[in-house]
Design a protein around this ligand. Structure first.
Ligand SMILES: Nc1nc2c(ncn2[C@@H]2O[C@H](COP(=O)(O)OP(=O)(O)O)[C@@H](O)[C@H]2O)c(=O)[nH]1
Ligand SMILES: [Mg+2]
Ligand SMILES: [Zn+2]
Length: 299
């Protein structure tokens, strides 16, 4: 029998099947994988169940994609955040709290690296005055021109919620973003039956803790799922090769073949098409600076 993993607590898995939701355990062969990953099976995984001796997950359907992070600072193990994600939604806000473009671009680059389509949504636009709205529009235009669905919304605005519903409907959506940007509030607006806890107290409590916090995949009434993930801070680009990073900034990748040297890092090389485009204002300074910052962390 096939099933879809909605939640894992480490030893037990909540699996949705034709016969309803079941509590399952992991079969022996899959448990061997625990050497590599703290959780060999994650939310979003399609699994094969055996019901002979209790409900046991005996196999895993190959994943379309998955997102990992390092389990702890010390261990070599990785933690699978979620699998088979249709869309990663970076929830940001211009103010209260301010989301840096550095954060947004790291998440977008990670999404590119893991083959996950991404969108950038700026919440809390109701808090902005005219000059702030104009600055936000600048960022929105940049992301939209690169090809990311991107718009500003406000949780109390019905039209905003309709736009958000269109974006998430019938997809498995991973919501990510700093604590306090409105992830839970918006999920509750998308599906008022959810009653997720809002406010930042519980999130603050989790901050800085390295114990594994598990994401949960929540079915929504309009079709599809929302995965609200903690632990976004650790979204790793740690193992990335410096030369790889260009591939994960779409607008840089497009220019790469025009650079004089094919191992160009676009820092100060002669004949660099990226530096030329930067000078001609064809790519955004902030995106380029965020690219350089990622390179720095890899050196
Ligand atoms: N002004 C304003 N406040 C919002 C908006 N969306 C959420 N909030 C508030 O921001 C706080 C954090 O929201 P929450 O959903 O818990 O954020 P999460 O940590 O990302 O899940 C709560 O007090 C919400 O009421 C919005 O669009 N505008
Ligand atoms: Mg929340
Ligand atoms: Zn170059």
């Amino acid at each position: 029998m096939k099933g879809l993993v909605l939640k894992s607590t480490g030893s037990h898995y909540k699996v949705s099947t034709d016969q309803g939701v079941m509590e399952c355990k992991l079969g022996g062969r899959l448990r061997l994988e625990e050497l590599k990953h703290t959780n060999p099976v994650s939310v979003g995984d399609e699994v094969i169940l055996s019901l002979e001796e209790g409900a046991i997950i005996v196999d895993l359907v190959p994943r379309k994609n998955y997102l990992i992070r390092k389990a702890t600072n010390l261990s070599k193990q990785t933690h699978i955040v979620a699998a088979n994600i249709d869309q990663l939604i970076v929830l940001a806000s211009y103010k209260l709290p301010r989301t840096s473009t550095g954060f947004i671009d790291r998440v977008l680059a990670t999404a590119e690296a893991y083959n996950i389509p991404a969108a950038v949504i700026f919440n809390k636009t109701d808090l902005l005055n005219q000059p702030e709205l104009e600055k936000l529009m600048f960022y929105i235009n940049v992301y939209a021109s690169i090809g990311y669905p991107c718009f500003g919304i406000s949780a109390e605005d019905p039209e905003s919620i309709e736009m958000l519903k269109l974006l998430v409907k019938n997809k498995t959506n991973l919501f990510t973003g700093h604590s306090g940007v409105g992830k839970s509030t918006l999920a509750n607006k998308i599906d008022p039956n959810l009653h997720l806890r809002t406010g930042t107290i519980s999130d603050k409590f989790n901050k800085g803790k390295h114990t594994t916090t598990f994401a949960e995949m929540i079915p929504i009434s309009i079709g599809g799922y929302i995965i609200d993930t903690p632990g976004i801070k650790e979204f790793g680009m740690a193992n990335m090769d410096k030369y790889e990073v260009t591939h994960y900034f779409r607008e840089l990748f497009k220019l790469k073949s025009e650079c004089k040297f094919n191992n160009c890092l676009h820092v100060n090389e002669p004949g660099c098409a990226v530096l030329k485009a930067l000078e001609e204002n064809k790519i955004a300074d902030f995106r380029y600076n965020n690219y350089l910052n990622i390179l720095d962390t890899l050196e």
